[in-house]
Design a protein around this ligand. Structure first.
Ligand code: FES
Length: 167
């Protein structure tokens, strides 16, 4: 068997990632979501290196029925709720948009950013995210900003993680 990535390389990558997370998040409580089951060993290695308070959730996905590929099914029954998380809410026309408030680039506070042309601009390094779907309009961020499903019920605004949508 040919070894493509050595155990030492994997360990070094886990330590590097943990250091980046620790630097970015400080001691803020962190929710870590594992995609079952392939990421479990990696998750165990990673969370041992993190020092902040952690919540761990898992999402189980599958797209094969026997040998046939089908629609992606997500079982989010073990997802932690998002109570206590910082969320940016913006009324846009007749819709309310919800994005994670901490910029995925380096954690900038999006609630302090400018709103323009259907986008929010991070005040730290000027990444722009589309309010509608969190996609990147301008870097340096390279990943979409997480968004939430929103439902307005009377005078309440209810949000849920997109990952917890029923399959
Ligand atoms: S922290 Fe938002 S662009 Fe860098």
């Amino acid at each position: 068997m040919k070894i493509l990535v050595s155990a030492a390389q994997i360990q070094a990558s886990v330590e590097s990632l943990a250091a980046q997370i620790q630097e970015r998040e400080g001691n803020r409580p962190l929710t870590v979501i594992a995609i079952m089951t392939g990421s479990i060993v990696f998750l165990a290695d990673l969370i041992r290196k993190l020092e902040m308070p952690l919540r761990v959730g898992v999402v189980q996905t599958s797209s094969y029925r026997g040998t046939a590929r089908g629609p992606l099914a997500i079982n989010a029954g073990m997802m932690p709720d998002i109570a206590g998380r910082d969320v940016l809410l913006v009324r846009q026309g007749g819709a309310v948009r919800a994005l994670a408030d901490r910029c995925n680039h380096r954690g900038g506070p999006l609630h302090r950013g400018a709103l323009e042309d259907g986008c929010v601009t991070c005040p730290w390094h000027a990444s722009r995210f589309r309010l509608e779907d969190g996609s990147v309009d301008r870097g340096p961020a390279t990943s979409p900003q997480p968004t939430y499903d929103v439902r307005v019920a009377g005078d309440r605004i209810e949000i849920r993680s997109a990952a917890s949508r029923p399959a």
